[in-house]
Design a protein around this ligand. Structure first.
Ligand code: PHE
Length: 445
């Protein structure tokens, strides 16, 4: 068997993991969720979910990955708990399903880059969205997005994923900061910031049950947890860096990017009329609203182009991590070549995604299955596994290469044993309840 690849440097791993975390979820869905769920008040709930539940869960996946040094299915066997491999398999299944519809939206982003360059959405953004989000154009764009994803993954962990994210993450940060700085000069900037962050604790108090599930779901999704992705990425560590330190850095950068995205989006919307309905009407409304704003701004064409390029980099650096999960399993388990596997798996996922180009109901269906069921179930199983069945190994692995003391590890273990499962079960319950009451519990990533 060929030697397993490992990240060439610590920063290479961090960029790859940040790349997975930073995606459509941060730049597209997060600002709108915040604005429609109570602004700064929602932000507090979300930040708590990220810090108190997301971060410890990320360490669970890191520990399994680095300890197992195998793809996310076989890692469990390597640690001596082969009967838990199905959890990795379930995460793999979530990755397949998520990539199927994520790539469809990635295709929309490609169409909006073209549309910005040619100016074709400026006249009538609603019609443009209808034309690119469904039908043959959507299928073609979905195919192109998937082809790029396949190409990067086929090139390997270091030659493809690490190299691509080492370029894309700095580019995202620089461009987003640039857009944010430019946005401060817009007439609507203050109104935009107010809409985004004006704290409405009343909304939280009155809608607690409907706010916790999206905050929690978004926290997991944005950190790429419950998809076996972080298990796969940590399995390429091959080194003794501090997992808590690396995880902390990843969580912080991911959160900053999400926050920053709001400081770009809302001034733009308010410069040209406001954010009426932009985030609440389902998967496409934000695209229509933003495109409409770009059409009316003086430098809208170039700004729109840059914005959608940022969105494309974010989407791609996430989609490659989703494809890496099945590819790592198939290449290691069956011994097929990486490039062949990437193409075959990618084509299969492309086909699974095609129904999501029939209309946004399909997209929402995929999104719901992942958000409301698969994701919380996988996280719950991971926490129970690490907390109660592999705790000794987990504590040992967490300490490797890190200066955290015994008390940090003990608190983490009990947190994983008790707090994380309770939080997830509550989320699952509220999410299922919301199915019957028609509330939305999940982002359109
Ligand atoms: N974290 C990514 C986002 O916010 C999406 C993603 C989820 C990527 C799961 C990989 C795994 O868009």
């Amino acid at each position: 068997m060929a030697q397993r690849e490992t990240w060439t440097s610590r920063i290479g791993f961090i960029f790859a993991a940040v790349g997975s975390a930073v995606g459509l979820g941060n730049i597209w869905s997060f600002p709108f969720q915040t604005a429609t769920n109570g602004g700064a008040a929602f932000l507090v709930v979300y930040l708590l979910a990220v810090a108190l539940i997301g971060f410890p869960t990320m360490l669970i996946e890191f520990v399994i990955g680095r300890r197992g040094e195998q793809n996310p299915v076989e890692a469990f066997r390597k640690i001596g708990h082969g009967q838990w491999s199905f959890v990795g398999g379930l995460g793999l299944f979530s990755s397949l399903l998520t990539l199927a519809f994520y790539s469809v939206v990635g295709g929309w982003v490609l169409s909006y880059i073209v549309g910005s360059a040619t100016g074709s959405y400026f006249g009538d953004p609603g019609t443009y969205f209808g034309a690119v989000s469904a039908g043959p154009t959507a299928v073609a764009a979905h195919a192109v997005f998937m082809a790029i994803t396949i190409g990067i993954v086929a090139l390997g962990v270091t030659g493809g994923i690490e190299r691509a994210t080492t370029f894309m993450i700095p580019a995202i940060l620089v461009l987003l900061v640039g857009l944010g700085a430019w946005a401060t000069t817009l007439e609507g900037a203050t109104a935009g910031y107010n809409y985004y962050l004006s704290p409405d604790f009343g909304v939280i108090a009155n809608n607690f049950g409907s706010i916790v599930p999206p905050a929690m779901g978004q926290a997991f999704f944005t950190l790429s947890l419950g998809f076996s992705v972080m298990i796969a990425y940590a399995s390429y560590l091959g080194r003794d860096d501090s997992l808590p330190a690396d995880g902390g850095a990843i969580v912080v950068v991911n959160t900053l990017v999400a926050l920053l995205a709001g400081f770009v989006v809302f001034p733009i919307l308010f410069a040209t009329g406001g954010a009426e309905g932009a985030g609440s009407g389902g998967a496409g409304t934000a695209f229509v609203a933003l495109a409409g704003a770009f059409g009316n701004l003086p430098a809208g064409q170039i700004i729109g182009f840059v914005f959608f390029v940022v969105l494309l980099f974010a989407a791609l650096s996430s989609s490659i991590s989703l494809l890496e999960v099945p590819v790592s399993y198939i290449t290691e388990h069956y011994g097929y070549r990486r490039s062949t596997t990437a193409v075959a798996t990618g084509v299969f996922i492309f086909l699974v995604g095609v129904p999501a180009t029939f209309g946004t109901e399909w997209l929402n269906f995929y999104n719901d299955v992942v958000f409301k069921f698969l994701l919380p179930i996988v996280v719950l199983l991971l926490a129970v596994f690490i907390g109660w069945f592999a705790d000794t190994d987990a504590m040992d692995e967490l300490g490797r290469g890190s200066s955290v003391g015994r008390s940090f590890k003990t608190v983490w273990l009990w947190w994983v044993r008790i707090v994380v499962p309770i939080a997830v079960v509550v989320t699952l319950y509220l999410g299922i309840k919301a199915l019957y009451t028609g509330l939305s519990t999940g982002a359109y990533f």
